[in-house]
Design a binder for this molecule. Sequence first.
Ligand SMILES: Nc1ncnc2c1ncn2[C@@H]1O[C@H](COP(=O)(O)OP(=O)(O)OP(=O)(O)O)[C@@H](O)[C@H]1O
Ligand code: SF4
Ligand SMILES: [Mg+2]
Length: 332
Amino acid sequence: MLKDEYAKPCNLNDILCIRGLCVWHPIRKFLTISGYVRALDDVNIDLEKGRILAIVGESGSGKTTLGKTILKIYQPTKGRIIYDGKDITHIKGKEIKWYRREVGYVQQDPYGALPPFMNIREILEEPLIIHEVPKSDRITRIRETLEEVKLIPVEDFINKYPHMLSGGQQQRVVIARALILRPKLIVADEPVSMLDASVRIEILTLFRELQKRRGLSIVYITHDLSTAKYFSDKIAVMYAGHVVEMAQTDKVLSKPMHPYTQSLIKAIPDPDPRNRTLFREVPPGEPPSLLNPPPGCRFHPRCPYAMDVCRREEPPIVEVNGVHLVKCWLYG
Ligand SMILES: Nc1ncnc2c1ncn2[C@@H]1O[C@H](COP(=O)(O)OP(=O)(O)OP(=O)(O)O)[C@@H](O)[C@H]1O
Ligand code: SF4
Ligand SMILES: [Mg+2]
């Protein structure tokens, strides 16, 4: 199986099915394109309805680019995105407006994501106005959503401005704004990384409750495998623009197959102080430049198992036991 032959059909029960997705950011010098940052290359993802997929990987591995491409903020260079059975890769105009209702976005920095000059009611009303929700329904919808994200009593929050709230409360407003149009899918990009440890758990627990109550599907982007372990049903591990491993969370954590995933798991801090030094391994070296990625497997300069073929040829995507996707010559 060659790398561009991963052609597993999308499942009817998938909310998201991505095939062969490439996003190359052009680098411009004056008016000409001098090269491309290959932020995503041949990415394949399947996410079932009502499930949480964690996208994990080091800084610069392409997680945000993937999230923004799913959100239709970036346009794919190549490949297809199927949302709830519909190919949305090239949608435009009214279909984009429909898609904005279907998919909500939670950003990393809650304070930066909220307009400082609008109060909470105005922030939550804006998408309802854009999407022509009747005026008589808007305040009920705003109140219900604030209750859902546990900003209660609602009267204490609805007229406040973002700077009057704590970081955790601001992130609840961002989540409320993402939910207000009743989406089926949420893309949450590092939604807790800027919050205190105690608030992180509260926000992740809130996401879990919302997922169960509303049957939401969530793409949870994080560099922190330990929160992915606690929070996700499935994990996709990214390295230098590729998804190198994808499977159910327990499978990835108990039997990681890709050498990069193995090193990430060894680097999760162990809460037991007796084991702490044993779990500090990270792969030596730096991720490669995506302007000029190395030939073959992009992980080969850091991989302890690298073979000749790894330096020459890109590994294929292989399905092991029908459930575990891995991109590595050890299994090819
Ligand atoms: N708009 C852009 N134009 C050019 N290059 C970009 C653009 N956005 C991202 N990149 C580059 O694409 C690569 C992937 O970036 P991305 O932000 O997707 O990574 P990430 O995994 O989200 O990283 P982090 O964990 O730091 O947020 C990086 O090399 C980045 O510099
Ligand atoms: S393909 Fe080769 S270099 Fe890449 S992860 Fe597998 S063994 Fe290591
Ligand atoms: Mg990012």
